[in-house]
Design a protein around this ligand. Structure first.
Ligand SMILES: C[C@@]1(CC(=O)O)C2=NC(=C\c3[nH]c(c(CCC(=O)O)c3CC(=O)O)Cc3[nH]c(c(CC(=O)O)c3CCC(=O)O)/C=C3\N/C(=C\2)[C@@H](CCC(=O)O)[C@]3(C)CC(=O)O)/[C@H]1CCC(=O)O
Ligand SMILES: NC(=O)c1ccc[n+]([C@@H]2O[C@H](COP(=O)([O-])OP(=O)(O)OC[C@H]3O[C@@H](n4cnc5c(N)ncnc54)[C@H](O)[C@@H]3O)[C@@H](O)[C@H]2O)c1
Length: 304
């Protein structure tokens, strides 16, 4: 199977059709209602919860056996009946209309799949096994639930609310990144965790007010040398250096597997073999060349 393209869809107010009204349809419906979709569930028989949601007007119930007319105006379709042949027919009808369709009993037939979700809105972590191991995706999700602080949602919202102000207070790219490092690691998260959003916002504003007075730090050159060929062998410290670097200066031997772990916006410089031979002046040369491009430079070298 070719790779699935991950995306986050805005379904607010958009009609989505679910064919089938069993346990799986109920799970998909819950997630879709959470995202504001206008859900229509077509099935002669609904679970008790789906019946209750229909009675409350939270979804439209099409109380009859499936027919193609149901696909009219749908943006997405989920085929969730216990009838494999019927699910395949729903998919064919969706294809004919270029509507993306999820077939709950056939990953290969699906034109989209539903991932397991860690919800820290507006932050969402989605996990997909491409249909190979859905239960593994769920188990991984459960482990991540414990790993990610529930306050991260509030932190992401706060960062979003002040994004323009942060850009104004820290026009320089490096200063902005240092501000975000402070925001993500510092007292704001602790205050959000303690259930004090107003205090967290005051702390953020106070730091923003003082941001203009901050003097930019000196250049820093970090050496990741020797760098392991296998990215799995990088130490946590080396990973952190990679992620802090504004500029990556590297030997030709350093592979993409390692470089791709750095920040996507980091500048990259390939080191000449000649430059490498003269370690005495290498540091000064690199820092001179990288001046103005950012503050943190990682020199990554792999033994030949
Ligand atoms: C992640 C999650 C999202 C969601 O549905 O919300 C999801 N399945 C979840 C749970 C779950 N799935 C299954 C059980 C019962 C275990 C058991 O008893 O057997 C449970 C319940 C549980 O584990 O608790 C079995 C199962 N699933 C599929 C088949 C058909 C097949 O493979 O042929 C069968 C075999 C049926 C059978 O043999 O009868 C197919 C799909 N399931 C997918 C997603 C898509 C691939 C995602 C991926 O691979 O990444 C895909 C392709 C289509 C789709 O539905 O989009 C959700 C976890 C939510 C959470 O986080 O809690
Ligand atoms: N994707 C997943 O995560 C996942 C997980 C477990 C099972 N499954 C698969 O999903 C299928 C559905 O599971 P379930 O537990 O929801 O089944 P279920 O038996 O609880 O529900 C089946 C539903 O399909 C409806 N239906 C049957 N014929 C219909 C028709 N002609 N028109 C409209 N609706 C019709 C029934 O009324 C019922 O509401 C199972 O067959 C299983 O293979 C998928």
């Amino acid at each position: 199977m070719t790779a699935l393209y991950p995306l986050f869809a805005d379904l607010d107010g958009r009609p989505v059709l679910i064919v089938g009204g069993g346990a799986v349809a109920e799970r998909k419906t819950r997630a879709l209602l959470h995202c504001g979709a206008a859900v229509r569930v077509g099935a002669p028989r609904l679970t008790r919860t789906l019946r209750a949601w229909a009675a409350e007007g939270r979804l439209a119930h099409l109380a009859e056996p499936y027919h193609e007319g149901w696909l009219e105006s749908a943006w997405l379709v989920i085929a969730a009946t216990d009838d494999r042949a019927l699910n395949a027919r729903v998919k064919a009808a969706a294809d004919a209309r270029r509507i993306l369709a999820n077939v709950v009993d056939d990953p290969a037939l699906s034109s989209f799949q539903v991932p397991a979700i860690v919800d820290r809105a507006p932050l969402t972590i989605a996990i997909s096994s491409g249909g190979a191991a859905p239960v593994l995706a769920r188990r991984l999700r459960e482990r991540l639930e414990a790993l990610f602080d529930p306050a991260l949602g509030a932190l992401a919202r706060l960062a979003g609310d002040h994004r323009a102000a942060i850009r104004t207070a820290c026009p320089d790219h490096g200063a902005r990144r240092r501000f975000y490092d402070w925001l993500h690691d510092g007292p704001v998260l602790a205050q959000l965790r303690a259930g004090e959003p107003a205090a967290a916002e005051r702390t953020l504003r106070a730091r923003l007010d003082g941001a203009g007075e901050e003097s930019p730090p000196a250049h820093r050159l970090d050496w990741i040398d020797p760098c392991p060929a296998d990215p799995g062998q990088l130490t946590l410290h080396q990973l952190r250096l990679l992620n802090e670097a504004d500029v990556l200066v590297h030997d030709a031997g350093v592979g993409e597997a390692v470089l791709s772990l750095a920040r996507r916006d980091a500048d990259r410089h390939l080191l000449d073999a000649g430059e490498r031979k003269d370690p005495g002046t290498l540091r000064d040369k690199i820092l001179a060349r990288c001046a103005g491009r950012g503050n943190t430079v990682a020199l990554i070298s792999q033994p030949a």
